[in-house]
Ligand binder design. Structure first.
Ligand code: AMP
Length: 111
């Protein structure tokens, strides 16, 4: 599979479609999931063109990996759920239930 530049998150990164942004760093952006499955449901994506978590872990530079995970933690702090807690999910491939083929993690939290 090759990375599809027309996937919905690539369009969000290019500002072609809007999102409810939580934060943006050099390496990552986070935004509310359009169809929330918990009180807090936020997606964090790297800016680079990685299809899924396996592709990202295998091919991203150390700087991109560190920058992405710093973006995850900064998002968690901005949402003020670092003490309360949260669930982190990544879907990979059709058998993993992935729908959008730009790597993302879901941050989910309920009171
Ligand atoms: P998955 O690929 O299975 O991890 O799921 C993709 C997620 O992206 C789903 O939870 C969708 O609700 C969410 N989603 C799809 N389109 C948008 C969008 N335009 N803005 C925000 N979230 C989206």
């Amino acid at each position: 599979m090759i990375y599809d530049e027309q996937n919905i998150f690539a369009k969000i990164l290019r500002d072609e479609i809007p999102c409810e942004k939580i934060l943006e760093t050099n390496d990552a952006i986070s935004f509310n999931d359009i169809s929330p499955k918990a009180k807090v449901h936020v997606l964090v994506i790297p800016k680079g063109p990685y299809i899924d978590i396996y592709d990202f872990n295998k091919n991203a530079s150390k700087e991109e990996v560190v920058g992405f995970w710093n973006g995850v933690n900064e998002t968690i702090e901005k949402l003020q759920i670092e003490k309360k807690g949260f669930q982190l999910k990544a879907h990979k491939g059709e058998a993993g239930g992935q729908e959008v083929f730009h790597f993302h993690v879901h941050i989910l939290s309920n009171d």
